[in-house]
Unconditional design. Structure first.
Length: 223
């Protein structure tokens, strides 16, 4: 039976309009986003298959390209999923820039998680802050593993001076999903902290992005 044959109050789009988005399940929200199903599956069944294949909503949103290839979705539906994810990232970025002050790791953690978690390769990134801890800019500085060969303190210092930053928050992702800081992560963070002290820039935190909540190295006393 097609969704069009369902009672009006049970159709995902109509339910969303009448009761709000919070009334819908993850599969129903995906059904609204997808607009229609594929041969042999209505949009809700397709949404459930996407969620099951990815291992949950967080995994689907983190790596939509890898998840949707296995479902037979066409380019239009893949584009919708990626567009929705990018809108979510931009919304988080806008909210971050509108905050008067970054007071704790949670303020930046959601934004950095959304920006870095889905990437299949490691990225070392930086949030540049002014002297009141307001966001000046976000920038991806290096790609590759986080070690002494790939993160260059001289380039980080140069970037901080170019943005006229007084403080920074570093972040990098672990594509494996394990957010535990490695020995290399700790060594690079200390090296960057010492280099930036020479030009009056404070390192407030270094967040490691993996599955779940980002790990704050400052909260663990590693900075």
């Amino acid at each position: 039976m097609s969704i069009r044959d369902w009672p009006v109050g049970e159709r995902p789009r109509e339910k969303l309009l009448a009761r709000g988005s919070s009334a819908l399940s993850d599969a129903e929200l995906l059904a609204v986003l997808l607009g229609s199903g594929v041969r042999g599956k209505d949009a809700i069944a397709l949404g459930r298959e996407l969620l099951t294949g990815a291992g949950g909503l967080g995994a689907l949103l983190s790596r939509p390209d890898a998840s949707v290839r296995t479902t037979g979705l066409g380019p239009a539906k893949r584009a919708r999923i990626n567009a929705a994810l990018e809108l979510a990232r931009r919304s988080l970025a806008e909210r971050l820039h509108q905050q008067p002050v970054l007071a704790n790791p949670r303020d930046s953690g959601d934004f950095l998680h959304a920006r870095l978690r889905h990437l299949p390769y490691e990225v070392f990134a930086c949030l540049y802050l002014d002297n009141r801890h307001r966001v000046l800019a976000f920038e991806e500085l290096f790609r590759g593993t986080v070690d002494g060969a790939s993160v260059h303190p001289r380039e980080v210092v140069r970037a901080c001076l170019a943005h006229n930053a007084c403080a920074v928050i570093f972040a990098h992702n672990h594509p494996s999903g394990m957010a535990e800081p490695s020995a290399a992560d700790r060594a690079v963070t200390c090296e960057l902290r010492d280099a930036l002290q020479l030009v009056g820039v404070r390192v407030l935190d270094h967040l490691v992005i993996g599955h779940g909540v980002p790990v704050s190295m400052a909260a663990r006393g590693l900075i």
